[in-house]
Design a protein around this ligand. Structure first.
Ligand code: HEM
Length: 409
């Protein structure tokens, strides 16, 4: 394979799905790659499964406090949410935040989410059946986070969708479909973040007056180091859960449906063998690798794969590449719903491993169980529209047809 022109920062290359080729080349020829972005600036890109997993697990060597995403700056500066928002906080504070947030991911909450998502997905699929199709991205997939947000925060269906609109704009800050391309990217991000804060500040005001069995009421009574959580801590972590869960689960659902329609034989297997569901959901997660990479900052000098990484350097861990590493996965380019074992890195690994992983598995299982049980089969009915992002692998429009007998007919 000749060396492709490599640019992991250009969102348009991801829209055109060129990242698989760039990353395959790097994995093979330059797995610890210095990605220059200017004369003296740049970041490291780790693309092999072993290097990515080891970096995730090295909590003294790497910090999360520069935030999860590459921004305008490629220096390892602190993110304003560092030490406040769980995903951008290192030990020991990270553990204290995570302990309190665990409540939102308990068995009881997972049952509530499954019930809520089940009801919403049934209604959305019934509508799609009656109409002979839908835009799966906007009509069905967004009901996954809607159900989760309703169960966790106690807000209405309408408010949940309002919040999803905001998190979608935040993750889509470089996508002209969500943000004005003439605006400064940092400003767009800051403004959407302010909207999300305002949304949760209103919920907070409400719950102060009338507490309920929801996360916000719970955090109002939570303590950190013997003092109550500050309002900033509550808002940042509500935002972390909303941004962490809304886009990832619905975009993974879209990738899953697209992969099924693109692999009719696998789709048929899922329809006839319900026992495939668990491994199918994991294969969909590996295939999608929705969270394409995470960002870390090196805390000391270290050697990886014969290259010297200096303390202060920015390091990116490419989940999407690790998930296609032939040293870890047999035939990684094959979409195989029966794949076991399947130790994909789509949720990361180590201390920051996705706290919503069980919840996401539940949402996706509820959806694909219902999709597999439909008296009809989805088929593509137009070109999908890809999210313009190098951070999240998303599909913002997925027109599909669905023909068959309505349930009970
Ligand atoms: C398919 C769905 C999902 C994917 C692919 C995904 C992916 C990830 C990844 C890769 C991380 C690790 C970040 C890091 O190491 O820096 C993470 C962390 C996190 N995720 Fe998810 N996620 C998903 C669903 C969810 C859901 C449903 C929620 C909440 C409702 C959620 C909330 C979070 C939070 C709060 C963190 C930070 C954890 C920590 O720092 O300890 N995620 N997620």
């Amino acid at each position: 394979m000749s060396r492709p022109d490599i640019d992991l920062t250009d969102p348009d290359r991801f829209v055109r799905q060129e990242h698989h080729g760039m990353l395959a080349w790097l994995r093979e020829h330059d797995p610890v790659h210095w990605h220059a972005t200017g004369q003296d600036t740049g970041f490291w890109a780790l693309t092999g499964y072993d290097d990515v997993s080891r970096a995730y697990l090295d909590h003294t060597g790497f910090s999360s406090e520069s935030g999860p995403m590459l921004g305008g700056s490629f220096r390892s500066e602190r993110d304003p949410s560092a030490g406040l928002m769980m995903v951008a906080t290192d030990l020991p504070r990270h553990r204290m935040i995570r302990q309190e947030l665990h409540w939102a991911f308990s068995q009881d909450m997972i049952r509530r989410v499954a019930e809520q998502v089940g009801t919403l997905v049934t209604a959305a699929l019934d509508r799609a059946l009656a109409d002979g199709g839908c835009d799966f991205a906007t009509d069905v997939a967004t009901e996954l986070p809607a159900g989760a947000v309703m169960a966790i925060t106690g807000v209405s269906h309408r408010d949940a969708h309002e919040l999803i609109g905001m998190t979608r704009r935040m993750i889509g800050f470089r996508d002209p479909h969500f943000a004005d391309p003439t605006e400064d990217e940092r400003l767009v991000l800051a403004m959407t973040q302010a909207d999300i804060f305002e949304f949760f500040a209103e919920v907070l005001r409400d719950r102060r007056k009338k507490p309920g069995p929801d996360l916000v009421s719970r955090l109002l009574g939570a303590e950190m180091n013997g003092r109550p959580w500050t309002e900033d801590e509550i808002l940042y972590n509500c935002m972390n859960i909303a941004v962490g869960g809304n886009e990832t689960s619905s975009y993974t659902a879209c990738s899953g449906l697209e992969a099924l329609t693109g692999h009719p034989e696998q789709y048929g297997q899922l329809r006839t063998r319900p026992t495939l569901l668990d491994s199918a959901v994991n294969e969909i997660l590996r295939w999608s690798s929705t969270n394409l990479y995470v960002r870390r900052g090196a805390l000391r000098d270290m050697e990886i794969g014969g290259r010297t990484i200096r303390g202060g350097d920015v390091v990116t861990l490419w989940n999407v590449s690790a998930n296609r590493d032939a040293k870890q996965f047999t035939d990684p380019g094959t979409f195989d719903l029966a794949r076991t074992p399947n130790r994909h890195l789509s949720y990361g690994v180590g201390l920051h491993r996705c706290i919503g992983a069980m919840l996401a598995q539940t949402e996706l299982s509820v959806l694909f169980r219902q999709v597999a049980g439909l008296p009809a089969v989805f088929a593509p009915a137009g070109s999908p529209r890809r999210l313009r992002s190098n951070f999240i692998n998303g599909t913002t429009s997925l027109p599909v047809s669905l023909h068959g007998r309505p349930k009970g007919a």
